[in-house]
Design a protein. Structure first.
Length: 118
């Protein structure tokens, strides 16, 4: 709704199309007034990417990936990646309330991280 009202508040706005709404929403930073769905989507998106700083940038909450067990490391880099991703998913599940509260309080230090497709 915010994207549509912002668009039509501009001088001489052109008729808006669904793609325009999607583009405008994608450009909005995550903030304390973001919808719960958008906050959950952002947290879940970055929980799938253990080697990026996206989750920290979005929430301001730091975490440190543990070293994977030797048995996992011996299976190769993809096994280590999967292990770290699973660890981060579990950590996010245990800390979701803290992550949401950090976004709602405006604790994020760097704004919304971007990725291709936004």
């Amino acid at each position: 709704m915010k994207a549509v009202s912002e668009h039509y508040s501009q001088p001489s706005p052109f008729p808006i199309m669904p793609g325009d709404v999607i583009d405008r929403v994608a450009q909005m930073d995550l903030n304390p007034k973001s919808s719960q769905e958008r906050i959950d989507w952002t947290i879940d998106f970055w929980a799938e990417r253990p080697y990026t700083s996206g989750l920290v940038l979005a929430t301001g909450v730091e975490f440190h990936l543990p070293v994977e067990p030797d048995a996992v490391r011996l299976k190769g880099s993809w096994a280590a990646h999967d292990w770290h991703r699973d660890w981060l998913r579990h950590w996010v599940a245990e800390n979701r309330e803290k992550l949401v509260a950090a976004i709602r309080s405006g604790q994020a230090k760097y704004g919304t991280p971007r990725h291709e497709g936004w």
